[in-house]
Design a binder for this molecule. Sequence first.
Ligand SMILES: C[S@@+](CC[C@H](N)C(=O)[O-])C[C@H]1O[C@@H](n2cnc3c(N)ncnc32)[C@H](O)[C@@H]1O
Length: 373
Amino acid sequence: MADRLLLTIPTFFGTEATLAHEIRSLGYETTEVTDGRITFEGDLEAIALANVNIRSGQRVLIKMAQFRATTFEELFQGVYNIEWESFIQADCAFPVKGSSLKSVLSSVPACTSIVKKAVVKRLGAKYGIEHFEETGPMMRISFSLMRDEAIIYLDTTGEPLYKRGYRTQGVAAPMRETLAFSMIDITRWRGDRPFADPFCGSGTIPIEAALYAKKIAPGINRSFVSEKWRIMPRGLYDEIREEARSLIDTEIEPCIYASDIDEVAVALAKENAKRAGIDKYIHFSVCDAAKAPLFSEKGVLVSNPPYGERLMDNTSCESLYRKIGKHFSDFPNIGKYILTSHEKFEQCYGRSADKKRKLYNGMLKCYLYQYFK
Ligand SMILES: C[S@@+](CC[C@H](N)C(=O)[O-])C[C@H]1O[C@@H](n2cnc3c(N)ncnc32)[C@H](O)[C@@H]1O
């Protein structure tokens, strides 16, 4: 196996700058930044470091190959030429899944079957076997066909990185932890000033804020599929988790306010915060955001109110935006960062944003409206 691997981390559209910054902070140079994914060079240690520490990415993939494929034969040969035996032993499980967009090879089931056949043929020839039991460590292969360009990946993460382990049940429209962190990163808040989320739901934004302020790595309490890989040096993940634990900031005491009008959501958010081990830094309350007692000193508010789609009808949503626009204007020292897909947000809120950032909440195009006072 080559010492240097190409590693790709997918992220939400719009959050690439946050992820690139996180990768650089781990000591790696990014080699390619495309919409929704960032690639960098690294070794096996880089895989473990990224899995344990990255807050804004979805998973860490080894980019095994990239080639043009307009026929099944080209796809087969491109996959067959990869040195799979350097990663996958005879007993490993290697399921395949993938996607195809704007490509001649448009049938995903047919491509999946070709990719699987090519890997089986290559490994069969190397190990001298025809049938694979696939009972050993999980080596999930994925392919993406985009405009006839095939990229083949091996997943090192397993359960996606946004599954930090503290949120077992959600409210009606919970936000991904990775997106919550990216919004916090955009504010440049570091835990030194008060922070508020008056539409906290299950608590994702305030919990991510507390974990970030305390420098608690998101992956210290969960496992990753590549921990069981035989090519991973023994104890590597434990060492990296240990190092991450030693970097927790035991001095900083962030002051975070989280509220929601729904008492069930607030109770759930409290439980989630407890599970994440940071509940003592978050002051929870049940309250209407349009009356939330905020603070007069400098600080930030990061929030994800209803969009008028899943949680609330359009008219009530617009009326809520009008009320919070009025209420929040009483707190000029607080920078406000509000994520919504509602097209008339600024009009209802009563002010044009100082800055806007396009972000995708899943497939939904949203803007993060930024008001610096
Ligand atoms: C999109 S969800 C927030 C999800 C949250 N970010 C999470 O990850 O779980 C919007 C939240 O706004 C709350 N809400 C609706 N109207 C409200 C109001 N007037 N004041 C405060 N919260 C309100 C809902 O109860 C819901 O939990």
